[in-house]
Design a binder for this molecule. Structure first.
Ligand code: ADP
Length: 225
């Protein structure tokens, strides 16, 4: 599904990624770990085509992401849902409206918007919070809402950049359970984290970055930093 082929990314004078090569298969749940500055966010940015590699290629289902025309990029991005540490919700919109906004932007019809949003909020455990604004939700609930928004268009791939970085251990465990559930229903998940407990509880594949290089690629959850 995702193939990094000898990807390097150099910012002015720092090397963010160096000769990064790996493949993610459909349905996998992989974690990317590494110290701050190791290149985790840069790697995710390459997948989202928010930034271009200095050299090397990134493929999504054999399409070179960075050779896709500007006009076709939104279609590709629609196949990827993303979640961030800081939630990135629209503060003046309710939970329902935050999700509706994304659906409208992808041209989904009104009847689907009305019927799908209650379901997705139920899936993430926010069934009763349709009309709440982000400031009326706890941190864990805000992240659930961000996840609901990320999966509403049924993406093939879900990317999560430090999604539990702002959460306490209980909320962290609950958010990870939601990611597992999403993965079980067929979505590929790529997650970056600093959290050893998260890695241990997942027991899935872990790629370790150090100074922009892949230094480990373990099949079953090893947090070796
Ligand atoms: P991580 O997510 O693992 O903390 P990043 O991918 O954010 O690491 O950063 C990797 C390296 O690239 C760091 O040395 C960082 O300073 C540098 N870097 C990241 N983004 C930029 C940028 N936009 N401009 C210059 N340097 C950057």
């Amino acid at each position: 599904m995702i193939y990094f082929d000898k990807v390097c990314k150099i910012y002015s004078n720092s090397v963010a990624l160096e000769d990064v090569t790996f493949t993610v298969l459909p349905g996998e749940f992989i974690s990317i770990v590494g110290h701050s500055g190791a290149g985790k966010t840069t790697l995710l940015k390459m997948i989202l085509a928010e930034d271009c590699p200095t050299s090397g290629n990134v493929y999504f289902d054999s399409v070179d992401i960075h050779k896709v025309s500007k006009g076709k990029l939104p279609l590709l991005r629609r196949r990827i849902g993303s979640v961030f540490q800081d939630f990135r919700l629209l503060p003046n919109k309710t939970a329902y409206e935050n999700i509706a906004f994304t659906m409208e932007a992808s041209g989904r019809p009104d009847d689907e918007i009305k019927s799908d949003i209650p379901h997705v909020l139920e899936l993430v455990g926010l069934g009763g919070k349709l009309a709440n604004f982000p400031h009326e939700l706890s941190g864990g609930e805000r992240q659930r809402l961000a996840i609901a928004r990320a999966i509403i268009n049924q993406p093939d791939l879900l990317i999560a950049d430090e999604p539990t970085g702002n959460l306490d251990p209980i909320n962290t465990a609950e958010i990870i359970e939601i990611f597992k559930k999403i993965n079980q229903i067929g979505t590929t998940v790529i997650l970056t984290t600093h959290n050893k407990k998260v890695i241990d509880s997942l027991g899935r594949r872990v790629i370790t970055l150090d100074q922009g290089r892949v230094v480990r690629d373990d099949k079953e959850g090893k947090y070796a930093l």
